[in-house]
Design a protein around this ligand. Structure first.
Ligand code: THU
Length: 238
């Protein structure tokens, strides 16, 4: 993969400002992240957060972060929170060739995969693991919830799966599966519903509950009157 391929994997219809980040883990693997915007701007996932959370959700520890936005104010938070070092991503010679593929087997067993993924959740704050799978034009991608000491920096499993899928080359998401180990009813939070609506309009969302039962919902039914505005332009740039 070259750096331009990675820039093409941004979803930036509101700013048109693509960004990429790479993370080298302590275990020696490389992870990529692109910017995934939302019509509700504060729900945007930066390239830096995306790359870091791709790494953390795959049970790796981030070591070095490479960013094309070294002046971004949130970098200090990540430096402190995760004890990482930060370097400039040089467009001339980026280490993108090390980035592998996080796509899962097409014929995976959904319930077993969701169950096993729960062990990868980073839940030191809540001890409430959540797992997610998204179905895309390039197969399945996974997510688990990743918590930070500073709670508002963390991300839900669904949003990590969606952001990971785009960063790793998916261009369309067609379904989502969600699972929790506890809780009467596995259900996406309001913020995730807004993100789900943007990338999976009129798609099926499968909720795999703790007791083994499953309910299937259309994404639009999960968030009636979702936030939309024609004054915010939306033309997919990927
Ligand atoms: N969580 C998710 O991962 N998805 C949701 O839709 C609901 C909440 C996580 C976030 C946090 O790590 C924990 O559950 C408790 O809020």
């Amino acid at each position: 993969m070259n750096i331009n391929d990675l820039y093409d994997r941004n979803y930036v219809p509101y700013s048109n400002e693509a960004s990429v980040a790479l993370v080298q883990s302590k275990q020696g693997s490389w992870f990529a992240g692109t910017r995934i915007e939302n019509i509700s701007y504060p729900l945007t996932i930066s390239a830096v957060q995306n790359a870091l959370f791709c790494c953390l959700s795959e049970a790796h520890q981030p070591d070095v972060l490479f960013t094309d936005h070294p002046d971004e104010s949130t970098l200090q938070c990540w430096e402190k929170e995760l004890n990482i070092s930060i370097e400039l991503l040089k467009k001339a010679d980026p280490p993108t060739q090390h980035v592998g593929n996080l796509g899962l087997d097409e014929d995976l067993h959904i319930k077993k995969t969701l169950h096993d993924l729960l062990d990868q959740a980073v839940v030191e704050e809540s001890n409430f693991p959540v797992s997610a799978l998204v179905e895309t034009d390039r197969g399945f991608y996974s997510g688990v919830n990743v918590e930070c000491q500073s709670w508002s920096l963390g991300l839900c499993a669904e949003r990590i799966a969606i952001a990971k899928a785009f960063s790793y080359g998916a261009s369309a998401i067609t379904g989502l599966h969600l699972h929790t180990r506890e809780g009467e009813f596995s259900s996406p939070c309001g913020a995730c519903r807004q993100v789900i609506i943007e990338h999976l309009p009129n798609c099926q969302v499968h909720l795999h509950h703790a007791d083994g039962s499953e309910s299937v919902h259309f994404s639009n039914d999960l968030l009636p009157h979702s936030f939309q505005s024609s004054s915010l332009s939306k033309h997919k740039t990927t």
